[in-house]
Write a protein that binds this ligand. Structure first.
Ligand code: ZN
Length: 120
């Protein structure tokens, strides 16, 4: 479950109330908006200990602002992303470049790990 953060008070946002956020969240497809990995595969990979993070992240899709600089938590600016895509996208690497160069390889990596898990 991504953490809820409201937009700034002076920036009206469709996700600025807890209710609006959960209604939006409920409707989101359970796949990473960048690499397309399904959330259930992440749950299985992290649940089985194939992958792990120090802070216990990774098992669920995370709330990601496409344009982080805008600091807007709006339906247009928010997507669900996997831990890897969420951490990889940055001020240096644009969303477009992440989708073109990195997200497909993240998917290849995660699908390979998932196949290994199923073959165990
Ligand atoms: Zn991803």
């Amino acid at each position: 479950m991504p953490s809820f953060q409201a937009g700034r008070a002076n920036q009206p946002s469709p996700l600025s109330s807890r209710r609006a956020f959960f209604e939006w969240f409920r409707k989101q497809p359970r796949i990473c908006a960048y690499c397309g990995i399904e959330e259930h595969k992440l749950e299985e990979l992290f649940g089985a200990g194939v992958l792990s993070t120090k802070r216990g992240r990774g098992k669920s899709l995370e709330l990601e602002r496409k344009d982080a600089a805008s600091n807007l938590y709006t339906a247009e600016n928010c997507v669900l992303a996997c831990y890897f895509c969420n951490n990889h996208k940055s001020d240096i690497i644009s969303e477009e470049d992440h989708c073109q160069y990195f997200a497909p390889q993240i998917r290849v990596y995660l699908e390979a790990k998932y196949r290994e898990l199923l073959d165990k």
